[in-house]
Design a protein around this ligand. Sequence first.
Ligand code: AMP
Length: 211
Amino acid sequence: MAQPRILILGAPGAGKGTQSQKITDEFDVDHVTTGDALRANKDMDISDMDTEYDTPREYMDRGELVPDEVVNAIVDEALSAADGFVLDGYPRNLEQAEELDEMTDLDVVLYLDVSEEELVHRLTGRRIDPETGEIYHVEYNPPEDPDVEARLEQRDDDTEETVRERLRVFRENTEPVIDHYDEQGDLERIDGEQAPDEVWADVKATIEDAA
Ligand code: AMP
């Protein structure tokens, strides 16, 4: 296979970002992630798109989905520029999945399976180093350096209330996407509750098998 075109699905906190980073390094593909793209453009004016709110921030801080029109354009542009990719955070609903079917053919669809209880624990404890972008967890993976610990930040949408809403939105909108790929027989289910290195071993082997 040329550079692989990989889709990674999973709830918020399932480990898509961590595994996507490893995929990027190992398989030399672009990391296309709507969450990061939107965070970098949170205050972009989208009022001309006839949306309920005028910026992505207002959707994101509530844990709601940003309108399809906005994210479809981001993904379409990023995928046309990529020679192989791992797509993370998209599609989040069936309409986006249909849009993606029109944009590209996928070589592998991975699903990181993690229980809801574990997801809440992971997300509310997640902290980010604003200087390096490195992700830590207050309990599972605290930084050793006290200077790093002192500057850690929590994502605006990792508070318990917003986390619950994001997981509700996931169940309602994104679980049908998982069923969609499952019914097509394309879904590679991976136990996302294993240690990150074990998850990575499964992810890597699955991608290599698809080659
Ligand atoms: P993430 O970093 O993937 O958890 O995304 C953070 C937030 O960005 C989500 O809660 C949504 O508000 C927004 N977002 C990211 N990807 C999408 C998408 N594919 N469709 C709609 N909203 C999205």
